[in-house]
Design a protein. Sequence first.
Length: 236
Amino acid sequence: MLLAELEVFHSRPIAPTRRIALGVCELPCDPAPGCAGALLGAVAARFGPQIDPELLADVVALTHEVEAGRRIPQPRLRHRFQNDRIGLTRSAHRLFRREGGELAVSFMSHRGAPAQHVLGAVYAAAVVDAPARGEVLAALRRGLAWTRDIDGVLLAHLSGSSSPDALLADALTDPIGWALDVLGMSLPDRSPERTLIQRRFRDAIIDAHPDHGGDGAHAARRIADLTEARRILLAS
C-alpha cells in the first residue's frame, strides 16, 4: 500500500545546466512529521552521504530557509529549481506498507545526481502544510545526519519513535489508535486520563516481564512498544 511518493524531475548529470522540478508530491503529514517526514528523511539519508561535503552545510542552511518561508534565490547548490519539466528525467521515491504492516522505502537511484534527489526532497518539504513543515524538515535533517543502514531503525528515528519495532504503518498514520490498541484500551473519545494510561502501562509492563510469565523471546519488543504507546498518549 502506497503511503507517500516523491517525484523529482532533473537534468542529466552531464547536462551543461543543472535543473530540478517536482512532479507528484503525495506527502501526508498528519500527525507530523508523518509519512512526509519518513519519506523525505529517508531520501536525505540515502543520497546525502554522496553529496560533496562542502555542499552539505548549504543543504542544511537551505532547509532552514525553507522552514522560515523565505524566498529562495536561484540557483542553489549549483542547481536551478523550476516548474517546467520538459526535457527532464523522472525519478520516483516511495514509502509503502508491506503486507505485514511494516514500513518500507523504495528509491530510484540509477538516474540523477545525489544532490538532485536531496534538493528535490527539500523543495518538496516546502509544499507540505505550514504547521507541519518544521517537523518534516527536522526529520529531513535527521536523515542528512544518518550514517547507518536504510532500514526500520532509520524510519523510527525519522518519526521520533523510541521503538524501531513499534514503527508499523498504523503507528505512523494513526499513532493514538495504535497506542490505545497496544495498551489494550478502547475508549470512544480516544482521550484516556493520564492516571489511567499510567496504571494500564504499569500493569502491562508487569505482564510482559518474563519473571511474571511474559514471553522471554519477545519481552524486549513488547516493553518497547508499551513504552512508545505511553509516550504517544501522554503527549497527545
